[in-house]
Write a protein that binds this ligand. Structure first.
Ligand code: FAD
Length: 413
């Protein structure tokens, strides 16, 4: 087909959708591009929504990937506030909520994920809030003021970041976590304890091993009931209990879906005309040798770039060590790799230090790393993980041995 006659439709104008549209143009794709997004905003990044935007330190526009004019200037037809409701794979057509239908030659699905909802009595109270998009962040921010009691259910990244922002705005914060320590799903317990201490030092009442069973609301106060018979009083509740991928559109169209739209390392779905990228995918990662679903900035950015290049005719797979960061108070925590468990650990420095790095090992091979206020170790740590070669744990633990030197040795050996 003549490239200029080709029409690429992108469903989902968040981070991955916006990056993919721009990359298609940057790589010289000359055909038509249509970008459809449910939100009223241009494509934007989400990390500030639980940090700077929530704390009131930046305006909404600072989260945009590019100014709105970029899309028209680059012949990208952008439909904000519009939702795709059906895909007809035989006719290669997407139907929008407003009844319009768009024909595509190639379709990219970047519908992201949504906040998982609490399912317990009283959870539908209007002051039980979630944090996924700009509207959520602005709505929550309205409530966060000195004297307000905020209860955060869930000590995962979103809950902890929101707790830190709420403290910055002077709210009294209680974090309620059902597990024994924060971040249990993604970090070893030592890191969870470190983060718990950090929050307590900053005035958060952090309670672990607490299960909320119901929420009762009068006009101006909420009561959270716990499984052990206690209650927690709050003016506002934020539930940060995870996210689930927006797969329904793909599922209804008969694409292969299993905790995310299944793709290969090129972003190809089970339909040769349809690709997917970002949080909505469970994609094959050649470095890990398995399929993985990520909720991370790096994946939204770099998988979208890689997949857009493939859609424009390239043949390079997306193959990176997963990477994630969080900022809370004066702490920067970064994680590389996605281990199924944090078994054997090698520490460079210890939790008593303000800055340290640790590695998770499997059979003498580093498979994941965490840097705490030590981001300068991250590049070398990711290289070491990508090489998948055994390393002497004593040298890895020795802070006198530069990680960069170990990475070079590992590359050469
Ligand atoms: C509050 C928050 C803080 C974060 N902080 C960090 C961080 O510090 N570090 C880090 O590494 N990662 C962080 N992340 C994760 C990361 O930035 C996201 O995973 C990233 O935004 C994923 O991009 P995406 O394009 O796949 O999905 P999204 O950005 O969610 O975009 C999907 C878009 O598709 C739209 N959509 C869905 N269905 C349809 C439809 N049918 N039709 C049209 N549009 C549709 C949605 O409305 C949304 O706008 C954070 C995420 C959140 C929510």
């Amino acid at each position: 087909m003549n490239e200029t006659a080709r029409h690429i439709v992108i469903v989902g104008a968040g981070h991955a959708g916006g990056v993919a549209a721009a990359t298609l143009r940057q790589t010289g794709f000359a055909g038509a591009i249509t970008l459809i997004g449910s939100e009223p905003y241009p494509p934007h990044e989400r990390p500030p929504l639980s940090k700077e935007l929530l704390a009131g330190a930046i305006p909404v526009e600072k989260t945009y990937l590019r100014p709105l004019a970029f899309y028209a200037d680059n012949r990208i037809v952008f439909h904000p506030g519009e939702t795709a409701v059906a895909i007809d794979r035989t006719a290669q057509r997407v139907t929008l909520k407003n009844g319009d239908a768009l024909s595509y030659d190639t379709l990219l699905l970047t519908m992201g994920a949504r906040a998982r909802r609490l399912s317990l009595p009283g959870a539908d109270h209007p002051r039980v809030l979630y944090l996924r998009d700009i509207a959520d962040s602005l709505a929550l921010r309205e409530h966060l003021k000195p004297g307000v009691r905020a209860a955060v259910i869930g000590a995962g990244f979103i809950g902890l970041e929101a707790a830190a922002a709420a403290r910055k705005r002077g709210a009294a914060v209680t974090v309620l976590e059902v597990q024994r320590e924060p971040l249990q799903r993604v970090c070893p317990p030592e890191i969870g304890c470190f983060m718990a201490d950090l929050h307590r030092r900053n005035g958060v009442e952090l309670r672990t091993g607490v299960r909320i069973t119901a929420i009762a609301g009068a006009d101006d106060a909420l009561a959270l009931y716990t499984a052990d018979g206690g209650t927690v009083a709050a003016d506002i509740v934020l539930a940060g209990i995870g996210a689930q991928p927006n797969v329904e559109l793909a599922q209804a169209a008969g694409l292969a879906v299993d905790n995310g739209i299944l793709t290969d390392e090129f972003g190809r779905t089970s339909d040769p005309h349809i690709f997917a990228a970002g949080d909505v995918t469970r994609h094959f990662n050649p470095l890990l040798g398995r399929k993985i679903r990520l909720e991370a900035w790096q994946n939204a950015q770099n998988q979208a770039i890689a997949v857009a290049k493939v859609m424009a005719g390239g043949n390079q797979p997306y193959a990176e060590v997963p990477w994630f960061w969080t900022d809370q108070y004066d702490v920067n925590l970064q994680i590389a790799g996605a281990p199924e468990r944090w078994g054997e650990l090698v520490w460079r420095g210890g939790v008593d230090n303000k800055a340290f790095t640790l590695f998770a090992m499997e059979g003498g091979i580093p498979v994941a790393a965490i840097t705490m206020n030590n981001g300068r170790d991250m590049r070398a740590a990711r290289e070491l993980i990508a090489r998948r070669r055994a390393i002497d744990p004593a040298r890895l633990a020795d802070t006198q041995v530069k990680l960069q030197d170990l990475a070079k040795e590992s590359a050469g050996g």
